[in-house]
Ligand binder design. Structure first.
Ligand code: HEM
Length: 450
């Protein structure tokens, strides 16, 4: 028997799960300002499946039930499209050939071309660069005065991507490219930039806007770099080298536009996400002295299971994106509801990770709950799932491991204030104030640290 609220949500003969009745603009404003509170309130009021509304996208069905999350993530990719769902907001910046904005055969082709570069075993090639970049950053942190750890993590993950993905090291295009990317990234992480995308407008079409000029300059630099790398064709360890050598089933290489779109995608998908997750890991560890002490002890003994557990727990309690999205290209049966074409379906990373039936005392940061436990892919899904699961999942966790281990082993940090509030930075959810800390001790690098 369906509740009256469910029945009143009938839409052209099809059913939608219940949801708040506030106007779409009010709901989207709440979604931008207080996304986690909105999700938790709706779950309390309507249950594990509810409908939000956005001005342009229309109905947005949020799913927090693991069985139904599985149904969405393993659905036929031609019925539930991920690329179309991402394209409204991301295509202006990432382009039409980005892994994030493509669907169907084109998505599969690009994904096959990129996958070898992100295979778990490839990560070892990036370990030295990641460790060196982290040490060099620590060397520059001020002693005894507060600073934002989030900013430092941003700088580290940007340098890691420049070196391991773009193959750019000091000298080359490094300085100019880095400076332009920092400027561009600073603008694209502003929450206001979500509004034009939500309304279906392309902010990059306004020629006099700073962001349009910045994007053009970055694109010019990237195309110049791609031309030069094609000419040099030295074959390195980095992801761009592998993309330059990759061939599809017809033997065709990636075009310049495809390379540009994937480079910008990897930068935007991989830089802010990993930096923010690292900032959250420190935020949570510094607020849990017992967990931090145990991590130090385990690392000193050369064991990394607890470190893996810290990373998993951070991504569970503080996921940097609260949802993944799909769009129904055909009617889709979701439990008792038949969702009409065009409905957005969004498994909620945040709500799934907060389920008390899967994670007792779900609000508590407790890495030990992961010891000897494998994550369940439908309650722990910080990297999404199905054939669209984050291609950088191994890369991100490997990088988090190296940066955390290097910082925890080499420094003594003290928190300034308690654990941070969650605030929006563009698409991601970050610690308010940027995880401010004081560096109390920074011994010289030891032979083992090097
Ligand atoms: C902690 C860090 C990261 C988190 C939490 C994260 C999270 C996600 C999520 C939730 C998705 C959507 C998956 C879906 O729709 O089911 C995604 C997709 C993606 N991510 Fe990540 N990501 C991270 C790091 C990275 C890194 C380091 C890279 C690359 C250098 C990367 C590249 C991508 C790409 C290319 C996609 C699109 C995959 C596709 O549609 O086929 N991400 N990521």
């Amino acid at each position: 028997m369906l509740s009256s609220e469910v029945r009143s949500a009938y839409n052209g003969g099809m059913q939608l799960p219940p949801g708040p009745r506030a106007p779409a603009l009010v709901q989207i404003a709440q979604w931008i300002a207080r996304p986690l509170q909105l999700l938790a309130q709706c779950q309390r009021r309507f249950g594990d499946v509810f409908t939000l509304r956005a001005p342009k996208e229309g109905n947005f069905v949020v799913v927090a039930n693991p069985e139904l999350i599985k149904a969405v993530l393993t659905a036929d990719p031609d019925t539930l499209l991920a690329g179309q769902g991402n394209a409204t907001m991301l295509e202006p910046m990432l382009g039409k050939h980005s892994l994030l904005t493509l669907d169907g055969a084109e998505h599969l082709r690009q994904r096959r071309l990129l996958l070898p570069a992100f295979h778990g075993e490839r990560m070892r090639a990036y370990a030295t660069a990641m460790r060196e970049i982290t040490h060099a950053s620590i060397d520059r942190w001020p002693l005894g005065s507060p600073f934002s750890l989030h900013d430092k993590m941003q700088a580290i993950t940007l340098d890691v991507i420049l070196q391991t993905v773009f193959g750019v090291t000091e000298g080359d295009h490094h300085g100019a490219l880095r400076a332009r990317l920092v400027e561009l990234l600073d603008v694209v992480t502003k929450p206001w930039l979500l509004f034009p995308g939500i309304l279906g407008l392309d902010p990059f079409k306004v020629p006099w806007l700073k962001i349009t000029k910045l994007k053009r300059t970055v694109d010019d630099t990237l195309y110049a770099m791609i031309t030069e790398r094609r000419r040099r064709a030295t074959g390195g360890d980095d992801v761009l080298s592998m993309m330059l050598e990759a061939r599809d089933e017809q033997g065709a290489p990636m075009t310049d536009v495809e390379l540009r779109d994937e480079l910008v995608t990897l930068l935007l998908a991989g830089h802010e996400t990993t930096a923010t997750s690292l900032a959250w890991a420190f935020d949570q560890l510094l607020a849990s002295p017992e967990a931090l002490a145990r991590l130090r002890t385990e690392l000193a003994a050369g064991r990394d299971e607890y470190l893996d557990a810290v990373i998993r727990e951070t991504l569970r309690v503080r996921p940097i994106v609260p949802l993944v999205g799909r769009v129904a290209a055909r009617p889709f049966q979701l439990g008792p509801w038949m969702l009409p074409v065009g409905t957005r379906v969004a498994p909620s990373i945040y709500l799934a990770g907060q389920r008390a039936d899967a994670y007792p005392a779900p609000q508590r940061f407790d890495p030990s709950r992961w010891l000897g436990v494998k994550p369940d892919p439908y309650t722990w899904l910080p990297f999404g799932g199905g054939i669209r699961r984050c291609i950088g999942m191994a890369f991100a966790q490997f990088e988090m491991k190296i940066v955390l281990e290097t910082v925890v082993t080499r420094t003594r940090l003290e928190a300034v204030g308690g654990p941070a509030r969650v605030v929006r930075r563009g698409i991601t959810l970050a610690p308010a104030g940027g995880t401010r800390v004081v560096l109390a001790q920074r011994p010289q690098r030891t032979a083992t640290a090097a």
